[in-house]
Write a protein that binds this ligand. Structure first.
Ligand code: ARG
Length: 585
């Protein structure tokens, strides 16, 4: 079905446009139209405008009312108070707009006219290490932002900048050389958990040897040199660690219901061939200078506690390249090869200084121009119930898988409790969808930059701002639609709407505008807030307006139509957050 471009404008927007058009002398002044309790909308813009034009706000407002064209959109406009306009929309206009949205499979969300290319850096765990709650955030937020941007028509390229390089591999590889069968699987399928426990075991054993045996330490250090020199045998063993880790990563992403494509995993090692050239270009252009042997970039506004400048170190004095050299090389790749016009990084806010310096360096070097936007979508810390960074009772970082398993267990218990006609298999499936949805929603419903408390009791609560609440609203609507039998959803613009229907309808009309806002600001929480309000307005509608027992066939069809559009909007909105909406719960 073709999408209808005119649907981009909501009833809200059309009224605002009509008000502006009625006062041409004001230029394109904003009428400041807001939803209101008194009427559907209130416009407060006449006050500021009257001040500017040195006129009387009530008179100005009166002029607007006189000049507004008589059309099917407005049921009434009144001047009130010092010069506000109270605007009531015609019932038929609401229903007709919704009918147009419902006829569009994209629910009236337009595709961008000039889509760009965004390269987004997200879900970047580290090889041979456990994934923790920080990796939950960059996976969940990144996944949602990808879906939201793609839905607007943007071309999106994902880059999973995994930590797969560094001196610690010397120790691991050397240990594997000396204990050759540690990562052999003899064609057996290894589970994610087994893979991680193999890696943990190797890590601990090699670490212990490294700390206690100086000869091993020396061999491990030489191994780093071999790795960096690209020695084939060394690289093949390094690859074994990467592959083993990927088994583990994929098992966690699978549990998280986040899809990662292998070709998008381009970790730190992926830029090795560019590092030397990146440094040469920076040094030749004078963007970076040698300081105590290291290649550094300095900034006027980046100082340490004692006021001395803190540089971005691109190459260490021993010749080694670090995190910054890799990120700078990645920028060159993303801008020049992938042709990005936006670079987005879903990374912990604690890395903000790093990105600020990296972006600034790339601008000075000319790799980032005014045509390319670079943004860090920085996320806050996951806290425990005590408000401190989330740790186990022993003070260790919490394993992501343990949290996910616990969420799934809790949710399964709730689903089982409520289940009427579900099989065990269905309970397990729904439990996973509800549990993972709960974890994702809790993360996505506060603005990314803020810290939040990981509180499973709250996350799986049936009441309040949770995904479970939204999923139940969706499932309840599906059950009504199933029970409706012969009666089919159909819009009837000739019918008057009850207050709860109007409120629900006007909110449904805002879906496209909300998606656009969430996309422009990389703000899934705006979409989450919209969906929560949608479910709440639906609940009020359902309490006040009988659907299956409506007085007339037309009323029943129109209410079923509102139910159906609400369900489709919830489903699409939740999908953009990466959350499933089971048909039955
Ligand atoms: N692997 C890093 C971590 O676990 C995140 C990488 C972020 N991306 C980047 N391009 N630096 O903290």
């Amino acid at each position: 079905m073709a999408q209808v471009p005119s649907l981009a404008s909501t009833v809200h927007q059309r009224i605002a446009d009509a008000l502006s058009a009625a006062l041409p002398e004001a230029g394109a002044a904003d009428p400041l139209l807001r939803r209101s309790d008194r009427a559907d909308f209130q416009a407060n813009g006449m006050l500021a405008l009257a001040k500017k034009l040195k006129g009387n706000p009530r008179e100005l407002a009166g002029k607007v009312v006189e000049r507004l064209p008589e059309d099917e959109l407005l049921a009434g406009v009144e001047v009130s108070g010092p010069g506000f306009l109270n605007v009531t929309v015609a019932d038929g206009a609401i229903t007709r707009t919704l009918a147009a949205r419902a006829a569009d499979e994209r629910l009236g969300v337009p595709l961008k006219e000039h889509p760009g290319t965004t390269v987004i850096d997200w879900a970047q765990p580290n090889v041979a290490k456990e994934m923790h709650v920080g990796h939950l955030r960059n996976s969940v937020i990144g996944n949602s932002v990808v879906k939201i941007l793609e839905f607007t028509g943007e071309k999106v390229v994902s880059r999973h900048h995994i930590g797969d390089w560094g001196t610690q591999f010397g120790m691991l590889i050397q240990f594997l050389i000396e204990h050759p069968h540690e990562l052999d699987h003899k064609d057996e399928q290894v589970s994610g958990e087994e893979a991680m426990s193999n890696l943990n075991r190797l890590y601990k054993a090699s670490r212990a040897l490294f700390d206690s045996d100086d000869a091993f330490k020396a061999r491990a250090r030489r191994r780093v040199v071999d790795l960096q020199a690209g020695d084939e045998e060394t690289l093949a063993l390094w690859q074994k660690f990467v592959d083993e880790s990927k088994i583990y990563f994929y098992s966690v992403f699978d549990k998280l219901d986040v899809e990662i494509r292998d070709e998008d995993i381009v970790g730190e090692s992926g830029y090795n061939d560019m590092l030397a050239e990146t440094c040469r270009l920076l040094e030749e252009s004078g963007v970076a200078v040698r300081s105590e042997g290291a290649l550094c970039v300095f900034f006027d506004d980046v100082k340490g506690p004692e006021g001395n400048p803190v540089p971005l170190i691109v190459q260490k004095s021993d010749g080694g390249f670090g995190y910054a050299a890799t990120d700078l090389s990645a920028i060159r790749d993303r801008v020049f090869n992938l042709k990005a016009d936006t670079l987005l990084y879903v990374v912990d806010v604690r890395q903000s200084l790093h990105f600020k310096m990296v972006f600034e360096t790339a601008r000075r070097a000319g790799w980032l121009t005014d045509d390319v936007k670079a943004v860090q979508l920085g996320f806050g810390t996951v806290l425990g119930k005590d408000g401190k960074p989330f740790k186990t009772r022993e003070g260790e970082t919490v394993r992501l898988v343990d949290l996910l398993d616990e969420a799934i267990d809790r949710a399964s218990a709730i689903v089982r409790d409520k289940a009427q006609d579900l099989t065990e298999e269905e309970i397990a499936e729904r439990g996973a969808q509800v549990g993972i949805g709960a974890v994702k929603y809790a993360d996505l419903s506060t603005s990314a930059a803020r810290d939040y408390k990981f509180d499973l009791d709250q996350m799986v609560s049936l009441n309040g701002d949770t995904s479970v609440y939204l999923q139940y609203a969706y499932a309840r609507i599906q059950s009504i639609l199933r029970k409706a039998g012969e009666a089919k959803p159909a819009a009837h613009p000739e019918l008057a709407l009850a207050p709860a229907e109007r409120a629900l309808g006007l909110h449904l009309d805002q879906f496209a505008a909300t998606v656009a806002e969430a996309a422009a600001e990389y703000a899934p929480h705006k979409l989450a807030g919209y969906l929560y309000q949608l479910a709440s307005l639906y609940t009020a509608f359902y309490d006040q307006c009988p659907v299956l027992r409506a007085e007339s066939a037309e009323l029943r069809e129109n209410r079923l139509f509102l139910c159906d559009l609400t369900a489709r909007t919830l489903r699409q909105g939740m999908a953009l957050l990466g959350i499933r909406t089971p048909e039955r719960l």
